[in-house]
Design a protein around this ligand. Structure first.
Ligand SMILES: NC(=O)c1ccc[n+]([C@@H]2O[C@H](COP(=O)([O-])OP(=O)(O)OC[C@H]3O[C@@H](n4cnc5c(N)ncnc54)[C@H](O)[C@@H]3O)[C@@H](O)[C@H]2O)c1
Ligand SMILES: [Zn+2]
Length: 363
């Protein structure tokens, strides 16, 4: 058994290749409750939910299944889940267990944040993206027609249990999407890690995704994210650096009507935003080329789909919640492994004409 523990102020992240075998103990120790609500989706539930339910004692645990996919990270599904909990007699003495990717984690976390004014929850991330990013840091919420994650709450989990053995069933395109956030972590904080993600990414289709190399990758990403979140839980400053790739990324994701995977949209966002950073003289020359090489090594897209108009992306970026006074804000690297803007709150407004220029430029 290989296990890594990453501590945060009020909970810890356990990364191993057999965590699900011990999930009952972890949930009972970190968030004991009279009843357990396991929230999962239509892909993950059939494979893993019965095991988690039995581990928690089937008589006290109920499985609630939502349809898979970003299109269902909505207030409607939040309301439906909440009503189902109420109809099933769940009360204050409930722990929510989020078993799935980032969609389940964000949504179940938001249900936990609001149900009876807040009950504990445990994150059991099953996608690579959720293991290395979405399950850590306590951001929960849903999308609205106006944009991504516009309604939500900060609500820290009681524990996070990442078991890399479940990645065996994750489709390759979602493994690739997860690598986008790993590349992001390398860009913002660790050049050596950036290189190791590139190496791992180039052999992804044949790699053992449940092996030690993946465990190391997940653990390092979680450390980087945890380090940032520890310093700034509520995103008043340095946590903004985690938004690298996400201003244009979220805009492109919204413009695609959520047909682009979040990780793919972030890959596109990182490619454009690193060009922006170079054009503004914020990033060292060559940074954008390295980002692009990494994104391509992971088999991820680096240009917006031609069906998405530049003006629509610019408008969507303005509506993103990172915008201040109607101007989109960007978290930009100064080089691979370091972010710019320590003295300006870790994000900078960028003129829309420059953003449009960069989005229009041939690559
Ligand atoms: N809260 C945060 O800090 C944070 C950070 C990053 C991303 N996010 C959010 O995370 C979401 C994206 O997460 P995601 O990429 O995990 O998407 P997702 O939850 O849609 O999962 C991707 C797909 O993989 C399937 N799946 C997950 N685990 C599986 C497994 N082990 N085996 C088989 N299939 C599996 C899911 O059913 C889904 O079809 C976005 O909504 C994004 O906004 C949140
Ligand atoms: Zn993201």
């Amino acid at each position: 058994m290989h296990e890594r523990l990453v501590p945060l102020p009020t909970y810890r992240v356990t990364i191993s290749n057999d965590g699900l075998a011990r999930i009952g103990d972890v949930v009972r120790e970190s968030a004991p409750a009279h009843r357990y609500a396991i929230v999962t989706d239509s892909n993950v539930g059939p494979v893993y939910a019965a095991h988690v339910r039995n581990a928690l004692d089937a008589s006290r645990a109920t499985v609630f299944t939502i349809p898979a996919g970003e299109a269902h990270k909505t207030r409607d599904i939040w309301a439906r889940l909440t009503d189902e909990l109420l109809a099933s007699g769940f009360g204050r003495d409930t722990t929510v267990v989020a078993l799935g990717g980032g969609v389940v984690g964000d949504l179940a976390g938001f249900v936990a944040a609001t149900f009876m004014r807040g009950v504990p929850y445990v994150q059991v991330p099953t996608s690579l993206l959720a293991m290395i990013d979405a399950s850590v840091g306590g951001k929960t919420g849903v999308d609205t027609a106006a944009g991504k994650n516009l309604v939500g709450a900060f609500h820290q989990p009681a524990a996070v249990v990442a078991d890399t053995s479940v990645l065996a069933t994750l489709p390759l395109e979602h493994l690739r999407a997860g690598l986008a956030e790993a590349i992001k972590h390398g860009v913002i904080a660790d050049a050596a890690y950036f290189e190791s993600v590139c190496r791992f990414a180039s052999s992804l289709s044949t790699a053992d995704v449940t092996g030690d190399a993946m465990l190391d990758l997940v653990a390092r990403s979680v450390e980087i994210k945890a380090d940032v979140v520890r310093r700034d839980e509520r995103e008043g400053g340095v946590r903004k650096s985690l938004n690298f790739g996400h201003t244009i990324g979220h805009a492109v994701e919204l413009c695609s009507n959520y047909t682009l995977l979040h990780g793919n949209a972030v890959a596109i966002g990182m490619a454009y935003e690193s060009v922006l950073a170079e054009r503004m003289g914020v990033a060292a020359q060559g940074t954008a080329a390295l980002v692009r090489v990494a994104v391509r090594a992971a088999g991820l897209p680096d240009v917006r789909p031609s069906s998405i108009a530049v003006d629509d992306v610019v408008t969507a970026a303005r509506a993103d919640k990172k915008a201040r006074a109607g101007t989109a804000e960007y978290a930009l690297p100064s080089r691979i492994g370091a972010m710019a803007g320590a003295d300006s709150g870790w994000s900078v407004p960028v003129s829309e004409s420059l953003v449009a220029d960069v989005l229009r430029a041939p690559v």
